[in-house]
Design a binder for this molecule. Structure first.
Ligand SMILES: [Mg+2]
Ligand SMILES: [Zn+2]
Length: 222
Protein backbone atom coordinates (compact mmCIF):
# COMPACT_ATOMS: atom_id res chain seq x y z
CA UNK A 1 0.00 0.00 0.00
CA UNK A 2 1.30 3.40 -0.95
CA UNK A 3 1.18 5.54 2.17
CA UNK A 4 2.20 9.11 1.72
CA UNK A 5 3.60 11.17 4.54
CA UNK A 6 1.33 14.17 4.23
CA UNK A 7 0.93 16.85 6.85
CA UNK A 8 -1.76 19.50 6.58
CA UNK A 9 -1.07 22.94 8.01
CA UNK A 10 -3.40 25.80 8.71
CA UNK A 11 -1.76 29.06 7.62
CA UNK A 12 -2.76 32.09 9.71
CA UNK A 13 -1.68 31.77 13.33
CA UNK A 14 0.43 28.70 12.54
CA UNK A 15 2.88 29.78 9.84
CA UNK A 16 2.34 33.54 9.92
CA UNK A 17 1.06 36.04 12.44
CA UNK A 18 -2.69 36.43 12.48
CA UNK A 19 -4.34 39.84 12.07
CA UNK A 20 -7.89 40.90 12.94
CA UNK A 21 -7.61 43.15 9.88
CA UNK A 22 -6.79 40.11 7.70
CA UNK A 23 -3.59 39.52 5.77
CA UNK A 24 -4.45 41.40 2.59
CA UNK A 25 -1.13 41.55 0.76
CA UNK A 26 2.39 40.15 0.91
CA UNK A 27 3.70 43.14 2.90
CA UNK A 28 1.30 42.22 5.71
CA UNK A 29 2.43 38.60 5.76
CA UNK A 30 4.99 37.97 8.50
CA UNK A 31 6.14 34.47 9.43
CA UNK A 32 6.05 33.39 13.05
CA UNK A 33 9.69 32.92 14.10
CA UNK A 34 10.80 29.34 13.50
CA UNK A 35 7.76 28.34 11.43
CA UNK A 36 9.46 28.38 8.02
CA UNK A 37 12.44 26.50 9.42
CA UNK A 38 9.97 23.95 10.79
CA UNK A 39 8.41 23.47 7.34
CA UNK A 40 11.88 23.06 5.83
CA UNK A 41 12.60 20.43 8.47
CA UNK A 42 9.40 18.58 7.55
CA UNK A 43 10.52 18.56 3.93
CA UNK A 44 13.94 17.21 4.92
CA UNK A 45 12.20 14.41 6.81
CA UNK A 46 10.24 13.47 3.71
CA UNK A 47 6.86 14.96 4.51
CA UNK A 48 4.62 16.41 1.84
CA UNK A 49 3.48 19.72 3.31
CA UNK A 50 0.14 21.12 2.21
CA UNK A 51 -1.85 24.05 3.54
CA UNK A 52 -5.61 24.17 4.13
CA UNK A 53 -6.65 27.73 4.89
CA UNK A 54 -9.85 29.75 5.16
CA UNK A 55 -9.42 32.99 3.22
CA UNK A 56 -12.79 34.63 3.65
CA UNK A 57 -11.08 37.99 3.09
CA UNK A 58 -11.54 37.22 -0.60
CA UNK A 59 -15.29 36.68 -0.19
CA UNK A 60 -15.42 39.84 1.91
CA UNK A 61 -13.78 41.79 -0.92
CA UNK A 62 -10.68 42.71 1.12
CA UNK A 63 -8.21 41.21 -1.37
CA UNK A 64 -8.31 39.09 -4.48
CA UNK A 65 -6.82 35.80 -5.57
CA UNK A 66 -3.90 37.58 -7.26
CA UNK A 67 -2.92 39.13 -3.90
CA UNK A 68 -3.23 35.72 -2.27
CA UNK A 69 -0.93 34.26 -4.91
CA UNK A 70 1.61 37.02 -4.19
CA UNK A 71 1.46 36.20 -0.49
CA UNK A 72 2.12 32.54 -1.19
CA UNK A 73 4.90 33.38 -3.64
CA UNK A 74 6.58 35.32 -0.83
CA UNK A 75 6.17 32.38 1.52
CA UNK A 76 7.57 29.91 -1.03
CA UNK A 77 10.54 32.17 -1.79
CA UNK A 78 11.44 32.48 1.89
CA UNK A 79 10.99 28.72 2.26
CA UNK A 80 13.16 28.00 -0.75
CA UNK A 81 16.04 29.86 0.89
CA UNK A 82 15.70 27.38 3.78
CA UNK A 83 15.36 24.33 1.56
CA UNK A 84 11.63 23.97 2.14
CA UNK A 85 8.55 23.93 -0.02
CA UNK A 86 4.79 23.83 0.38
CA UNK A 87 3.43 21.35 -2.13
CA UNK A 88 0.06 23.03 -2.57
CA UNK A 89 -2.15 25.59 -0.88
CA UNK A 90 -5.80 24.61 -0.65
CA UNK A 91 -7.94 27.58 0.30
CA UNK A 92 -11.54 28.53 0.82
CA UNK A 93 -12.23 31.96 -0.72
CA UNK A 94 -15.84 32.13 0.41
CA UNK A 95 -17.70 34.41 2.76
CA UNK A 96 -18.99 32.57 5.86
CA UNK A 97 -22.54 33.38 4.76
CA UNK A 98 -21.97 31.51 1.49
CA UNK A 99 -22.33 28.32 3.57
CA UNK A 100 -19.85 26.57 1.28
CA UNK A 101 -18.55 23.05 1.81
CA UNK A 102 -14.90 24.08 2.09
CA UNK A 103 -14.71 26.68 4.86
CA UNK A 104 -13.35 24.92 7.96
CA UNK A 105 -14.85 23.43 10.17
CA UNK A 106 -16.33 21.91 7.00
CA UNK A 107 -14.13 19.28 5.43
CA UNK A 108 -14.20 20.36 1.76
CA UNK A 109 -10.53 21.37 1.71
CA UNK A 110 -9.52 18.07 3.28
CA UNK A 111 -11.62 16.26 0.70
CA UNK A 112 -9.77 18.17 -2.05
CA UNK A 113 -6.47 17.03 -0.54
CA UNK A 114 -7.71 13.43 -0.43
CA UNK A 115 -8.74 13.66 -4.10
CA UNK A 116 -5.38 15.15 -5.05
CA UNK A 117 -3.47 12.31 -3.39
CA UNK A 118 -6.04 9.65 -4.28
CA UNK A 119 -6.74 8.80 -0.67
CA UNK A 120 -9.95 7.56 0.88
CA UNK A 121 -11.94 10.22 2.63
CA UNK A 122 -12.42 10.52 5.57
CA UNK A 123 -8.76 9.55 5.78
CA UNK A 124 -8.16 5.93 6.76
CA UNK A 125 -4.49 6.52 7.52
CA UNK A 126 -4.67 9.40 9.96
CA UNK A 127 -3.00 12.48 8.55
CA UNK A 128 -1.75 15.10 11.01
CA UNK A 129 -3.47 18.47 10.78
CA UNK A 130 -1.81 21.35 12.61
CA UNK A 131 -3.95 24.36 13.43
CA UNK A 132 -4.57 27.10 15.97
CA UNK A 133 -8.36 27.39 15.93
CA UNK A 134 -11.32 25.29 17.00
CA UNK A 135 -12.47 25.12 13.38
CA UNK A 136 -9.18 23.45 12.40
CA UNK A 137 -9.57 20.85 15.11
CA UNK A 138 -13.24 20.29 14.20
CA UNK A 139 -12.33 19.73 10.55
CA UNK A 140 -9.54 17.40 11.64
CA UNK A 141 -11.90 15.35 13.81
CA UNK A 142 -14.51 15.13 11.03
CA UNK A 143 -11.97 14.23 8.36
CA UNK A 144 -10.09 11.49 10.19
CA UNK A 145 -6.99 13.61 10.81
CA UNK A 146 -4.83 13.69 13.90
CA UNK A 147 -5.63 17.09 15.45
CA UNK A 148 -2.58 19.01 16.59
CA UNK A 149 -3.10 22.35 18.30
CA UNK A 150 -0.34 24.93 18.36
CA UNK A 151 -0.47 27.70 20.95
CA UNK A 152 0.50 30.45 18.51
CA UNK A 153 -2.22 32.60 16.89
CA UNK A 154 -5.58 31.71 18.45
CA UNK A 155 -4.07 28.64 20.09
CA UNK A 156 -4.27 29.69 23.72
CA UNK A 157 -7.88 30.76 23.31
CA UNK A 158 -8.64 27.46 21.58
CA UNK A 159 -7.00 25.47 24.36
CA UNK A 160 -9.15 27.33 26.90
CA UNK A 161 -12.29 26.55 24.87
CA UNK A 162 -11.31 22.90 24.70
CA UNK A 163 -10.67 22.70 28.45
CA UNK A 164 -13.93 24.48 29.27
CA UNK A 165 -15.84 22.10 27.03
CA UNK A 166 -14.27 19.17 28.84
CA UNK A 167 -15.41 20.39 32.26
CA UNK A 168 -18.78 21.77 31.22
CA UNK A 169 -21.78 19.69 32.27
CA UNK A 170 -24.31 21.71 30.29
CA UNK A 171 -25.35 19.96 27.10
CA UNK A 172 -24.10 21.64 23.95
CA UNK A 173 -26.85 23.01 21.74
CA UNK A 174 -25.61 20.89 18.86
CA UNK A 175 -25.10 17.14 19.21
CA UNK A 176 -22.56 16.99 16.37
CA UNK A 177 -20.43 19.71 17.93
CA UNK A 178 -20.68 17.95 21.29
CA UNK A 179 -19.47 14.69 19.76
CA UNK A 180 -16.62 16.38 17.91
CA UNK A 181 -15.53 18.21 21.05
CA UNK A 182 -15.48 14.90 22.92
CA UNK A 183 -13.25 13.37 20.26
CA UNK A 184 -11.02 16.44 20.31
CA UNK A 185 -10.61 16.39 24.08
CA UNK A 186 -9.29 12.86 23.80
CA UNK A 187 -7.18 13.16 20.70
CA UNK A 188 -5.79 16.65 20.41
CA UNK A 189 -2.04 16.93 20.78
CA UNK A 190 -1.01 20.31 22.13
CA UNK A 191 2.28 21.86 21.09
CA UNK A 192 3.82 25.20 21.78
CA UNK A 193 4.32 26.11 18.13
CA UNK A 194 4.94 24.64 14.71
CA UNK A 195 8.60 23.92 15.44
CA UNK A 196 7.57 21.85 18.48
CA UNK A 197 4.75 20.18 16.56
CA UNK A 198 7.18 18.99 13.90
CA UNK A 199 9.01 16.96 16.51
CA UNK A 200 5.84 15.08 17.45
CA UNK A 201 5.33 13.92 13.86
CA UNK A 202 7.90 11.12 13.57
CA UNK A 203 5.69 8.94 15.74
CA UNK A 204 3.08 9.01 12.96
CA UNK A 205 5.45 7.68 10.33
CA UNK A 206 3.87 4.62 8.72
CA UNK A 207 7.01 2.55 9.34
CA UNK A 208 6.93 3.27 13.07
CA UNK A 209 4.18 1.23 14.72
CA UNK A 210 2.41 3.29 17.32
CA UNK A 211 -1.01 3.85 18.79
CA UNK A 212 -2.79 7.07 18.16
CA UNK A 213 -2.23 9.14 21.29
CA UNK A 214 -5.42 9.31 23.29
CA UNK A 215 -4.47 11.84 25.93
CA UNK A 216 -3.73 15.50 25.58
CA UNK A 217 -0.03 15.67 26.40
CA UNK A 218 1.23 18.59 28.40
CA UNK A 219 2.60 21.42 26.34
CA UNK A 220 6.32 21.13 25.94
CA UNK A 221 8.32 23.20 28.40
CA UNK A 222 9.62 26.40 26.88
MG1 LIG B 1 -5.44 29.82 11.92
ZN1 LIG C 1 -15.41 27.69 0.78
Amino acid sequence: MNILKIVILDRDGVINHESPEYIKNHAEWHPIPGSLEAIAELCRRGWEVVIATNQSGIGRGLYDEAALTEIHDKMQKLLKDLGGHVKQVFYCPHHPEDKCACRKPAVGLLKQIADEYQLDFPFKTPIPLIGDSMRDLMAAASGGCIPILVLTGNGLKTLKTLKEASTSSSPAENATIQLLTKILMKKTIVCEDLATAVNTLPIFQPDTPTDTPTDIPKAQPA
